[in-house]
Design a binder for this molecule. Structure first.
Ligand code: 3H9
Length: 704
């Protein structure tokens, strides 16, 4: 065949289709065209008794090529009609599976008459994570093979299942011990020999029993609660069609739903994030295969909430950890919090008891810095205070073995100064985990001025190894995320001073899809933490010369209102439930009087959204211009993976393009006029100004 990525061979009377499209054999237009040619040849090749479909490389087809979905006239129908030809073949068609059989890959496999897989194969329908539904007959075939409840579960969650579970469920016919291709050919010969009618998934009956009706009703109700994820409802409708309509009608309906979803803003945003997360792992100027250092053991200084959470990440993947604390009491407390976390997971059935013990056995406490001497990587996770961290870094510089990496978990401090304190700045990198560190996906990997390339590469790979999404940031106050948070919180406080109440601000921001409004978030993370950062910056002369800047957080801290932990902050608390607190109104009214800020009654939700989000976006664009973030997509990953920004909006940079950069610029100008701009709060960044003037998009911007 002319197309190399799909080859057809006839070996001893068995047709063989080999797909080779690294890295994951995604169904690009070329693969689909190649498959069509291969099936043409097989159909004409009367000497072939059966057909085997096999993929070279690390996996069977992992799905449709996601990049292709941007093509304006993309259509799933040509691929679907190819699947129908395989399904309708009178001669047996066998799929041999390995790796990750996902989306269009599983649809391809399900159109075959017999499926066998290597034992470590994983299968799934992850389209929903891209805001899509399976678009090539998957919604029609899967319920026929496994029944509606499991089909809905797999398609609505996008979770993967093991080959063993797929066998039990009826997706697979056999598990191959090894050499799936040889066993696939043997199966094809066996089936051809038997000369029985082939088993077509399209002709199986879907059970319409009580369990089916209940699963559909529950899924419909759940989908209705999430209108920002239209794929959920579409999946349920397509599965209902599988139950009620002939295969071809269900297929047509599925194709129509796919077309609509593909063009939806949610799917565009989720597809953008899919690629942004993977692109973020690339470091300009460094090769992807570049040298890295070996990390077989990790030390952590500080067994508080952060240190303990960070330690869990490493233990989860089998890396032994030494946790160092100053006192026996703090160490015991830290380790028992970790144990409680693991046991809570075990109670929910997410972890076995043995696994809890195995992970705990990888965590060793110590009161002696000397026990860090043999670690390949040491993360300092002590209190966010420059002098404390500097002191710890200096000690680590002395104690850590030659070649060991020293990582600081600072969230705001100058990584270059901490690196200098170690006396070996090339070994130092920032690894900023987000709380709770065992849960949150983001790690900002902070590249210091003197961080060695192999240290940066190691930190990025290690973060991926522990299941995190790493993003590189340059050194500046707050790195990417917390720096952008600064104007957002600033405006939250000004709005409080002008007369908005915490619940109005939070509701407005949550209506945008943010997981948590800024007042609730500040109460959760600790008003004291926020106030100390502001006070530290004040001492360092880093604040704008504005006497009213961040006065609310400082006042609340002075009053001992530290947030949820003291049962009072921006709200008062009944357990963990925030309740409006009239005292906050009085505190803000007094502060407004003190600072000559007029109170208003006309603050609308739209103003809240614009005043919090547009300066945040402006700061993000400024960060790009300064080279602190490499790409707009990196910023989107930071906000969606670390700050509860709604993934269906694609992140602040993606959202900025939806709003329009000139609209953002004009709105900043409007607030500059309305609020005054003595401190430059509303000044559009140079880059925003120029992109807005020329009608360009920030998502398409790259640094020259
Ligand atoms: C679909 O199938 C719709 C159908 O129903 C209808 C249409 C036919 N397309 O994640 P990794 C790239 S929707 C294009 O770093 P891992 C990825 O960008 C699709 N590219 O590796 C990366 O490129 P680069 C349903 C893809 O080992 C490289 O492969 N399928 C695709 O950690 C390695 O990826 C999915 O949603 C793709 N489909 O994980 C599966 N998949 O190196 C999505 C991967 O240049 N993919 N790439 O940055 C995954 O879940 C993971 O990539 C996978 C491997 C588990 C496969």
């Amino acid at each position: 065949m002319s197309l190399n990525i799909v080859r057809y061979e006839n070996g001893n009377g068995i047709g063989l289709v080999l797909i080779s499209n690294p890295p994951v054999n995604a169904l690009s237009a070329e693969v689909v065209a190649g498959l069509r040619k291969a099936v043409d040849i097989f159909e004409a090749d009367t000497s072939a008794k059966a057909l085997v479909l096999h993929c070279e490389g690390r996996t069977f087809v992992a799905g449709g090529d996601i990049a292709n979905f941007e093509t304006p006239n993309f259509d799933t129908r040509p691929f679907s009609s190819l699947l129908s030809r395989l399904d309708e073949s009178p001669r047996p068609v066998v799929a041999t599976l390995h790796g990750t059989v996902l989306g269009g890959g599983l649809e391809l496999a399900m159109s075959c008459h017999h499926r066998l897989a290597l034992p470590d194969t994983r299968l799934g329908m992850p389209e929903v994570k891209l805001g899509l539904l399976p678009g090539s007959q998957g919604t029609q075939r899967l319920p026929r093979l496994v029944g509606v409840p499991l089909a809905l579960d797999l398609m609505l969650t996008g979770r993967f299942i093991s080959a063993q579970d797929a066998l039990a469920a009826g997706i697979l016919d056999e598990i191959a011990s090894d050499d799936s291709l040889a066993l696939g050919i043997a199966a094809a010969e066996r089936l051809a020999e038997a000369n029985l009618p082939v088993r077509r998934s399209s002709t199986l009956n879907v059970s319409a029993d009580a369990a089916t009706r209940q699963a559909l009703a529950e899924a419909t109700a759940r989908a209705a609660k999430k209108p920002n994820y239209p794929a959920l409802g579409a999946i349920v409708r397509a599965v209902e069609a599988a139950v009620n309509l002939p295969f071809s009608d269900g297929e047509e309906m599925e194709a129509r739903e796919f077309d609509q979803l593909r063009l939806s803003s949610t799917s565009r945003a989720l597809r953008h994030l899919f690629f942004a997360e993977r692109t973020a792992a690339r470091i300009p100027g460094l090769s992807r295969e570049g040298a890295a250092r070996e990390v077989h053991s990790v030390g952590i200084v500080g067994a508080g909430t952060m240190g303990g959470g960070i330690a869990m990440n490493f233990a989860n993947v089998g890396i032994p950890v030494v946790l160092v604390e100053a006192t026996d009491e703090a160490l015991k407390r830290g380790l028992s919090v970790v144990r409680n976390n693991y046991e809570a997971s075990a109670a929910k059935g997410k972890l076995s008891k043995e696994e809890v013990e195995k992970r705990m056995s990888l965590l060793n406490g110590s009161l002696d810095y000397g026990s860090l001497a043999s670690c390949d990587l040491v993360v300092e996770a002590v209190f966010e205070d420059f002098y404390i961290k500097k002191d710890v870094c200096a000690r680590l510089g002395q104690i850590c073995k030659k070649g060991a990496i020293i990582a600081t978990n600072t969230s705001t401090l100058d990584v270059d100064l901490l690196a200098e304190a170690t006396g070996r700045p090339a070994d130092v990198v920032g690894m900023h985990f987000f709380s709770p560190a065992n849960v949150m996906r983001l790690v900002e990997v902070v590249r210091g001025a003197r961080t060695a390339p192999d240290v940066l590469t190691t930190a990025m790979r290690l973060a991926r190894r522990i299941g995190k999404v790493p993003v590189v940031s340059g050194v500046c106050y707050g790195f990417i995320g917390n720096r952008m948070l600064d104007p957002y919180i600033r405006e939250m406080e000004f709005l409080l001073l002008e007369g908005a109440e915490p619940q109005q601000i939070d509701n407005a921001i949550e209506s945008l899809g943010m997981a948590m409004g800024p007042c609730r978030m500040s109460d959760l993370s600790g008003v004291d933490i926020g106030a100390k950062v502001v006070n530290g910056r004040l001492e360092a002369g880093e604040l704008p010369p504005d006497p009213s800047y961040r006065v609310v957080v400082r006042k609340l801290f002075a009053l001992g209102r530290c947030g949820q932990k003291t049962k009072a902050g921006y709200y008062r608390y009944d357990g963990r439930t925030p309740l409006p607190d009239p005292k906050i109104v009085d505190i803000c009214a007094d502060l407004a009087r003190e600072h000559g800020i007029a109170r208003r009654r006309d603050i609308k939700d739209q103003e809240i959204i614009e005043r919090l989000m547009y300066p945040l976006i402006n700061e993000g664009i400024q960060i790009l211009d300064e080279g602190i973030a490499y790409r707009p997509g990196d910023i989107d990953v930071v906000w969606t993976a670390g700050y509860g920004f709604p993934d269906y909006r694609g992140g602040p940079m993606f959202m900025a393009d939806q709003i329009g950069l000139s609209e953002i610029k004009n709105t900043l100008d409007h607030y500059a006029r309305m609020r005054g701009n003595q401190f430059g709060y509303w000044t559009a960044s140079r880059l925003l100004e120029s992109l807005a003037a020329t009608g360009q998009r920030i998502s398409a911007w790259t640094k020259q």
